[in-house]
Design a protein. Structure first.
Length: 241
């Protein structure tokens, strides 16, 4: 089990993420639209989807809405997250939900029955892995993809300087603050900032530069690799097999 794995096994942490941080991600809808545009542009028949670190299944749901006949495998280390995904995707058939730590290399054996996959997606999850493991995962995804298949990672990446990182922090704190006010919560921005800088998972984050990760993908053999969207530490990147 990876060092951060235990964090996400508690319902309290999972619920706090889904009701707070996840809902306040700036331009989240636009990131998903970029993902869907890439899937459509790939010109492949989407029969199989793998969502790694699926959380509540928001990415798989977006793909399935456009390709409702697909079979999907959703994997997450958190039972509460998988439970939320089951609820979100209850209208779909051909679903497989797996509680597993993909930080351990034997995770591949749990999903091989669904391979090869036409689309592999991941959202705000892989940045919890050390860089060496990130690279291995991208290789494992490549091997699980069908020819012409697409891997898309919607992810937090590292800022090149502390100044740029501070701008990202302000952006996210503002977004969280607006979300709380819209919900009717009585909270000061200072309190939101304090919670942001002291959130329980902050020490488990190991973001890497998007340029470096795109270079890893090219080295592995992915084609058409790019960072398709970037807003400070928020990035959508990937490639095709």
């Amino acid at each position: 089990m990876t060092e951060s794995a235990g964090l996400w096994e508690t319902r309290e942490i999972a619920d706090k993420y889904l009701s707070g941080v996840r809902g306040a991600i700036p331009l989240a809808a636009e990131q998903i639209e970029v993902m869907l545009r890439l899937v459509r542009a790939a010109g492949i028949k989407v029969n199989s989807i793998l969502d790694v670190g699926c959380g509540d299944g928001v990415l798989a749901a977006a793909v399935l809405e456009n390709y409702p006949g697909s079979r999907a495998v959703l994997l997450d280390i958190s039972e509460p997250m998988i439970g939320a995904a089951r609820e979100r995707l209850s209208i779909y058939n051909n679903m497989d939900y797996i509680v597993c730590d993909y930080g351990d290399k034997d995770w591949v054996s749990r999903v091989e029955h669904g391979a090869p996959f036409d689309v592999i997606v991941s959202g705000f999850s892989i940045h919890h892995q050390p860089d060496a493991r990130k690279y291995e995962l991208y290789e494992e995804f490549f091997n699980l993809l069908d020819a012409g298949g697409l891997f898309i990672n919607i992810e937090q990446v590292s800022s090149p300087t502390r100044w740029i990182g501070s701008i990202f922090d302000d952006l996210f704190i503002d977004s969280l603050y607006r979300m709380y006010l819209k919900r009717g919560d009585k909270i000061a921005r200072e309190q939101v900032a304090d919670e942001w800088f002291n959130r329980p998972d902050i020490e488990a984050n190991i973001p890497a530069p998007v340029e470096k990760q795109c270079e890893w993908l090219r080295r592995i053999g992915y084609q058409d690799v790019d960072c398709y969207f970037k807003l400070f530490e928020l990035a959508v990147f990937g490639g095709r097999k």
